[in-house]
Design a protein around this ligand. Structure first.
Ligand code: ADP
Length: 455
């Protein structure tokens, strides 16, 4: 799928580039050829005009023709002289009594071009034409010499188009080679670029696929438990509900887990779409930490853990009070769940332009190889140590909340040495007016029940 899309993109890109190269090179080539021909014609015209001016007025002059090609030394056979080797051919044909007089012509068969000379004499104007001489194109300019309304002579100046045609052929060859090389190079670059562009998309799709399969797996477990227990209830309808206290309580616990999971999944899906609601207010992080401490202290004590807190008052950040509370709950809840002895500590302090929320524990700790992947969705270190009611989404949610508040989250942890999660957020100034503080107080930082511990 990735390779096919990459090939398609490369092909599309190369085809577009190929068409562009052909159009641009074609236009340049046509203009260059036209310009070369025009300049060649101009030279012939100038030459013919200067020759016509040199013909003396008066009785018709003696005819001129191309000089006879010098013969070879005696005993040496002369190779046939090719047209392109003869340079500029120039001669004039006298006109006597309206008749064009043809001089004896040496060297080049096919010349003079009598039909062009006749046309020029009749029209009284110079004209260009191209004829074939010994298999080569010869460009000729024919100019009548008209004096006192009488045509005295016709001048013809010609040059082989061999060099112009050879230059055009060379130009075309160079254009084809350069175009093909450029196309091959840019196709290779396009293939590489397409790979680079598509890789994140392909990775995102892989993640999405894994996410969907992990989510289905996580949803199936509580659903199976609920279904099995519900079926159990229907087996003996004559028995009273009191008889099934454990079964009902299992159903309730699993339904709560299910609803938590669905809520987390929904938040993350909305976060991916960029539609997760986030209200902006000046939020008192210290107040949130105090609330979470109050909520979780009994839970920690019930587990035999010390719950310590060090909270600097009135530390404000700009953000969503609900989400920031959810963040603190996730981290404190994890700290308590993954700590069997010792203490859990929550700290809020002010740094240079930052507010810091730090949650540390003396629990199991996390090996360095897990640190990077720990914030991925459904990533759990091992099912044996991960708690039964965990979903593997807590830290992914925590990371999204922190990043959507333009902060970052760091982890310092080692197996057996406990863990410290430190969240740094941009500090906001404390509200100046009482009504601002009232808005903060009204922010929905309500009590959290142990079943809806993650929001
Ligand atoms: P879960 O719902 O499983 O707790 P999280 O995303 O919150 O999912 O955490 C991912 C994994 O990281 C947990 O399964 C656990 O193995 C590990 N973990 C998280 N917090 C701690 C901690 N404070 N101490 C030790 N391990 C932790």
């Amino acid at each position: 799928m990735f390779t096919r899309a990459r090939l398609h993109l490369t092909l599309l890109y190369s085809a577009l580039l190929g068409v562009t190269i052909v159009l641009v090179a074609g236009a340049i080539g046509i203009l260059a050829v036209q310009e070369a021909r025009r300049s060649e014609d101009r030279q012939l015209q100038i030459r013919a005009q200067s020759m016509a001016a040199a013909i003396p007025p008066g009785p018709p002059p003696s005819p001129s023709g191309p000089p006879p090609i010098p013969g070879p030394p005696p005993g040496v056979e002369r190779p046939p002289l090719r047209l392109e080797q003869q340079g500029l051919l120039e001669y004039f044909l006298p006109v006597r009594d309206g008749q064009i007089f043809t001089p004896p012509f040496g060297g080049v068969s096919g010349l003079p071009d009598l039909s062009a000379a006749e046309q020029a004499k009749q029209s009284g104007k110079g004209q260009f034409n191209t004829i074939k001489v010994s298999g080569n194109d010869l460009r000729i300019y024919t100019l009548p010499v008209v004096r006192d309304g009488r045509t005295d002579a016709v001048v013809q100046v010609g040059r082989s188009l061999y060099f112009v045609n050879a230059a055009v052929a060379d130009l075309a060859l160079i254009a084809v080679i350069a175009g093909a090389a450029g196309l091959a190079l840019s196709a290779a670059a396009g293939y590489w670029l397409a790979g680079r562009t598509l890789r994140p998309i392909s990775e995102a799709m892989d993640r999405q696929r894994n996410f969907a399969s992990d989510a289905s797996h996580e949803l199936r477990t509580p659903l199976t438990v609920i279904l099995t227990n519900a079926e159990l209830l229907t087996l003996h309808p004559e028995r009273s509900l009191a008889h099934y206290q454990d079964v009902v309580s299992d159903i309730i616990v699993e339904t709560q887990r299910l609803s938590r999971l669905v809520a987390d999944l929904l938040t993350l899906a909305r976060a991916d779409q960029g539609t997760a609601a986030r209200s902006l207010a000046n939020v008192d992080l210290s107040e949130i930490a105090i609330t979470v401490t109050r909520q979780f202290e009994p839970l920690a004590e019930a587990k035999g853990l010390r719950f310590e807190s060090s909270i600097e008052p009135a530390i404000f950040v700009s953000g969503d009070a609900d989400r920031l509370q959810q963040l603190a709950v996730i981290l404190v809840d994890n700290a308590i769940r993954y700590t069997n002895t010792g203490r859990v500590r929550i700290e809020v302090s002010r740094g240079r332009g930052t507010a810091t929320l730090s949650i540390s524990d003396t629990g199991l700790g996390i090996a360095p190889e897990h640190h990077k992947r720990l914030f991925e969705r459904f990533y759990r270190i091992d099912t044996a140590r991960s708690s039964e009611d965990g979903t593997g989404l807590g830290l992914a949610l925590a990371k999204w909340i922190v990043e959507s508040h333009h902060g970052h989250i760091d982890l310092v942890s080692a197996p057996g040495a406990g863990s410290t999660f430190t969240v740094s957020l941009p500090l906001s100034p404390a509200p100046l007016y009482p009504q601002d503080q009232a808005a903060v107080d009204r922010s929905p930082v309500g009590p959290i029940s142990s079943t809806s511990r993650r929001g």
